[in-house]
Design a protein around this ligand. Structure first.
Ligand code: HMG
Ligand code: MG
Length: 285
């Protein structure tokens, strides 16, 4: 049998952060409950970011408070700074993520900071997480292409990945934010990153803007990655990446993995119910 693969569900955060119409807190909590029932073990529930920047995530504390946690399931959240970290800790979050970019243009648009400044800002978050026993995950955005700076050199991705591991991240997720990555480009990017990190500590985070996300998952599997960020119903986008379409759909990746013999622990029928509910939350844009 092929290796087990973990799907890290990001729909409630990466999916819903981009919705034009507000999504009710109760609906976010219901989606998380359906995903839990479907067997997802890692669910990024929300983001403790500035509500001025991303009003869709302003109810982060209420979302966390509404989850009925199931033993062994990780409910994670984004924390861009100490303020977000303090809110996440108060809400009982056990895994937080800091998010850097491989391109200066996106770093400025998403975090109002250069890459170096963002890493400086993450250092006290990482130190607090280590002290509090909270797991730290890292993201690198724009691993293939940046909406502001154009194609991203693989060496830039490797540099930021190494810096995030240096801060103490357990895992680093490689984000094709714009979905422009093609399998050959993703493969070249992974080759550079694998010079500085081992595949079992990396995740692939592919947006499906141009319809290449599943192929990008396949090249990543071949490179040894065993964690993929996905969103039920293909929800998603990024408020600071114009045109970024949904994350690759959890149900599409689960089906692909099942065909290839990789166990995921996911119940496909229950996942279908979660995906249908996720799609019903989409604004008609
Ligand atoms: P800033 O404006 O430079 O920061 O934003 P600031 O410190 O001047 O704060 C501005 C205001 O926000 C202040 O309020 C702060 O208190 C408040 P005021 O004094 O004006 O009343 N504030 C906060 N409030 C609550 N929680 C916080 C927080 N921080 C500040 N944590 C900042 C800098 C980093 C805060 C801002 O740029 C931000 O929140 N950015 C987040 C943007 C975001 O969430 N983007 C989407 C996620 S990334 C993504 O989708 C990519 C990914 O999926 C991977 C991929 O696809 O590539 C991960
Ligand atoms: Mg994303």
């Amino acid at each position: 049998m092929a290796d087990p693969v973990t799907l890290y569900e990001v729909g409630p955060r990466d999916g819903l952060q981009n919705e034009a119409q507000p999504v009710a807190t109760a609906d976010k909590i219901h989606l998380i409950a359906l995903l839990t029932k479907a067997g997802l073990t890692h669910i990024e529930a929300t983001a403790f970011v500035s509500p001025k920047w991303v009003p869709q995530m302003a109810d982060a504390s209420a979302v966390m408070a509404g989850i009925s946690p199931r033993e062994g399931i990780v409910y994670a959240a984004l924390t861009p700074n100490l303020k977000g970290y303090a809110r996440a800790k108060a809400a009982g979050v056990t895994e937080v993520a800091v998010f850097a970019a491989a391109s200066e243009g996106f770093s400025k648009a998403n975090l109002n900071a250069s890459i170096a400044e963002s890493l400086e800002r993450f250092a006290p978050v990482a130190a607090s997480a280590a002290e509090d026993g909270i797991t730290l995950r890292g993201y690198v955005s724009c691993v293939a292409d940046c909406p502001y700076d154009g194609p991203t050199p693989p060496a830039a991705v490797a540099r930021v990945t190494r810096a995030l591991f240096g801060l103490g991240c357990r895992e680093v997720s490689l984000g094709d934010t714009t979905g422009k990555g093609r399998p050959e480009g993703i493969d070249a990017m992974l080759a550079a990153v694998l010079e500085v990190a081992s595949p079992e500590r990396l995740a692939g985070h592919y947006h499906d803007t141009a319809g290449h996300a599943l192929e990008n998952v396949v090249v990543s599997l071949e490179r040894g990655l065993r964690v993929f960020d996905t969103a039920a119903g293909g929800l998603g986008g990024c408020p600071y990446a114009p045109g970024a379409a949904g994350n690759v759909a959890t149900e599409a990746v689960a089906a692909l993995l099942s065909e290839r013999g990789h166990p995921t622990g996911i119940d496909l029928e229950r996942l279908d119910a979660a995906a249908r509910f996720a799609k019903s939350l989409r604004s008609s844009r």
